[in-house]
Design a protein around this ligand. Structure first.
Ligand code: ADP
Ligand code: MG
Length: 256
């Protein structure tokens, strides 16, 4: 992981919805090429944190940088200015996002799900997009489904297509928000296997999941969140086996 990119630095980020503080002064540094698992009860701010990394959610305070570049903002003099929508879209190329519910375009084949956006936004030529899609479908084991419709795929296959789609522009960072929570139990491992493969590729991964065994196996770092705050961060063995905080231990006892 020596030449990996995708260093994420989150500094003093707060975000409220009305009077509710979804993120409360969150600071976090993630190494390039590292794999971080975020744990925490429902409503603790995990999804909001992922959404701020992509500037899908504007923060009230603090800032986020990827490889030193401010996300959503530009430093001029000693002041931060919010970027225009177009510049933000350009930044998003560096970040792939995978949701719980796959969100494939139902009226498009698997191949077209992958190539549509990069061609429409002129990020790849048609031939380059088709070539890249082929490589990625190989990686997720679905080359033979290129012409299939999403509704004819299992949930696990659909999620593997969604992961391939998120990788089309070779992002530095991949964010996963409960990528296996909507799957039948027997389909969970095929999706986790694809994420494990990615973990070895040098892409920085941030994964919200309750799959503790998976976290033990692949996470360099585990973060436990509660009530919009980071309660605890450390190596997977530190946090999963020797949690310092009572709240972390109680949560782990519940999900294990
Ligand atoms: P998690 O992913 O850990 O379950 P979320 O980040 O989704 O938690 O939510 C954190 C808190 O912020 C919750 O109380 C949730 O209801 C609230 N919240 C999240 N998004 C919004 C929104 N768009 N509008 C209002 N409240 C929100
Ligand atoms: Mg969530």
């Amino acid at each position: 992981r020596q030449n990996a990119t995708g260093a994420i630095s989150i500094t003093g980020v707060s975000k409220s919805f009305g009077r509710h503080k979804a993120l409360d002064n969150v600071s976090l540094t993630l190494e390039p090429g590292s794999v971080t698992v975020i744990l925490g009860p429902s409503g603790s701010g995990k999804s909001t944190l992922l959404r701020t990394i992509n500037h899908l959610e504007r923060v009230d305070e603090g800032f986020i940088r990827i490889d030193g570049e401010y996300i959503g903002y530009q430093l001029r003099g000693d002041k931060l200015y919010e970027l225009k929508e177009k510049a933000i879209l350009r930044q998003r190329i560096n970040v792939g996002y995978v949701f719980q519910n796959f969100n494939l375009f139902p009226h498009m084949t698997v191949l077209n799900n992958l190539i549509e956006a990069p061609i429409a936004h002129r990020q790849l030529s048609k031939s380059a997009a088709i070539a890249r899609a082929g490589e990625l479908l190989d990686i997720v084991g679905l080359r033979h489904k290129a012409q299939a419709w999403p509704r004819h795929l299992s949930g696990g296959q659909q999620q593997r297509v969604a992961i391939a789609r998120a990788l089309m522009l070779n992002p530095r960072v991949m964010l996963f928000d409960e990528p296996t929570s909507a799957l039948d139990p027997e389909l969970v491992s095929e999706v986790l296997d694809v994420i494990k493969k990615l973990a070895r590729s040098g892409t920085t991964l941030v994964i919200v999941t309750h799959e503790i065994g998976f976290a033990r196996e692949v996470a360099d770092s585990v973060v436990f969140m509660d009530e919009g705050k980071i309660v605890e961060q450390g190596s997977s063995s530190q946090v999963l086996n020797n949690a310092r905080h009572e709240r972390t231990r109680r949560f782990l006892a519940r999900v294990l």
